[in-house]
Design a protein around this ligand. Structure first.
Ligand SMILES: Cc1cc2nc3c(=O)[nH]c(=O)nc-3n(C[C@H](O)[C@H](O)[C@H](O)COP(=O)(O)O)c2cc1C
Length: 151
């Protein structure tokens, strides 16, 4: 299985979650990780699984992730398994403004992607982090669910 993880991270927390996901799937996949600022996504047709992760900024993904998603053309994800995650501070904030993972998942499925697990949020203690206790373990569990569904 060929997989691609595209992520953004300002303070390093989403990067840590990305690494936990990568470490979990790499024994079973040919997986590449790209930071959003360096992602071109030209070879989308040749992947089986696309995972996109972003910090939540004002209820949405970062501009760099938005840029990447805007460049993914309509239907180019047809039949490709997709999953989305974010990092966020608090349930209250995400209730008021929404969350990045939900927006990302919506855009991926609009373009033909098959959402195989629910969009997931991983919690940080403050704007700069750190990740709350147990969140990296939750990321590993989430990645294992992806592997199961993507089989
Ligand atoms: C400009 C800005 C806007 C933010 N807006 C939200 C928000 O709407 N909801 C939320 O839960 N967290 C919000 N946060 C907190 C981020 O989610 C947090 O900084 C991020 O999860 C840390 O991930 P990173 O270390 O990968 O950058 C915001 C942070 C910044 C810098």
């Amino acid at each position: 299985m060929k997989a691609l993880i595209v992520y953004d991270s300002v303070y390093g927390n989403t990067e840590k979650v990305t690494r936990a996901i990568y470490d979990t799937i790499v024994p079973s996949c040919d997986v590449k990780v790209l930071r959003a600022s360096e992602a071109h996504l030209s070879g989308l047709g040749s992947i089986d699984l696309l995972i996109v992760g972003s910090p939540t900024h004002e209820g949405r993904a970062t501009p760099a992730i938005q840029n990447v998603l805007n460049k993914v053309t309509q239907l180019s994800l047809n039949g490709i398994n997709v999953a989305a995650f974010d990092t966020r501070i608090q349930v209250k904030l995400t209730r008021a403004f929404g969350n990045a993972a939900g927006h990302i998942a919506g855009q991926l499925t609009d373009k033909g992607g098959v959402l195989i697990v629910r969009p997931e949020g991983f919690f940080v203690a403050g704007t700069k982090g750190p990740l709350n206790a147990g969140e990296l373990e939750r990321a590993v569990a989430w990645a294992n669910r992806i592997l199961e569904k993507a089989k």
